[in-house]
Design a protein around this ligand. Structure first.
Ligand code: IMP
Ligand code: MG
Length: 181
């Protein structure tokens, strides 16, 4: 698996620092509020697990699932595959995402959740890839801004693989060029 990685973009050590720093910020901002941390399956679950342990105020957690990707290309069409279990009425929602790329997924999600009477909705993304932005959306908490490359690991996949790499790496183009993408 590791031989498909061209280079490491965000090391395990750097990810740890990012989670700690974001957790401190979120704890300060949400103390005394009704925080509902919502993770977007599946890419964000690894980040969610580490980030949660750095959040020191009360929070509830929930998951939802959407998809807009096929291989390395966004299809531009977002599919809702799993909704929230908790009713977010009156809650302060923090959406946790692995990467903000075109922004189509998050702007769709924010739109859907805005109709649910939440008290507030904010976005925390581990990675921000602004080069490819198509929707008008910004994250409130950003771990790291990255260049326009297809990345894998720490939850991020290529065709459902590489999610278990402990760091974020750039995928060798030969891996997807072989498949004609
Ligand atoms: P967006 O709708 O284009 O912003 O895409 C968001 C979703 O696309 C993320 O949650 C990821 O699942 C996926 N994605 C975007 N860029 C990458 C990447 O470089 N590697 C792996 N998945 C990606
Ligand atoms: Mg994702």
């Amino acid at each position: 698996m590791e031989r498909d990685v061209e280079s490491i973009l965000v090391s395990e050590e750097e990810i740890k620092q990012i989670c700690k720093q974001l957790g401190e910020q979120i704890t300060r901002d949400y103390e005394g509020k009704n925080l509902l941390v919502v993770s977007v399956l599946k890419g964000a679950v690894v980040f969610m697990g580490d980030l949660l342990r750095e959040i020191k105020c009360h929070c509830l957690i929930d998951f939802l699932s959407v998809s807009s990707y096929s291989g390395t290309k966004t299809t531009g069409v977002v599919k809702f595959k799993k909704d929230l279990d908790i009713d977010p009425d009156g809650m302060d929602i923090l959406i946790v995402e692995d990467i903000l790329d075109s922004g189509i997924t998050l702007s769709y999600l924010k739109g859907v959740l805005m109709g649910r009477n939440a008290n507030s909705i904010k976005i925390c993304t581990l990675l921000d890839k602004p080069a490819n932005r198509k929707a008008d959306i910004k994250a409130d908490y950003i771990g790291k801004v990255i260049p326009d490359a297809f990345v894998i690991g720490y939850g991020l996949d290529y065709d459902e693989k590489y999610r278990n790499l402990p760091y974020i790496g750039i995928l060798k183009p030969s891996v997807y060029e072989e498949k004609g993408e």
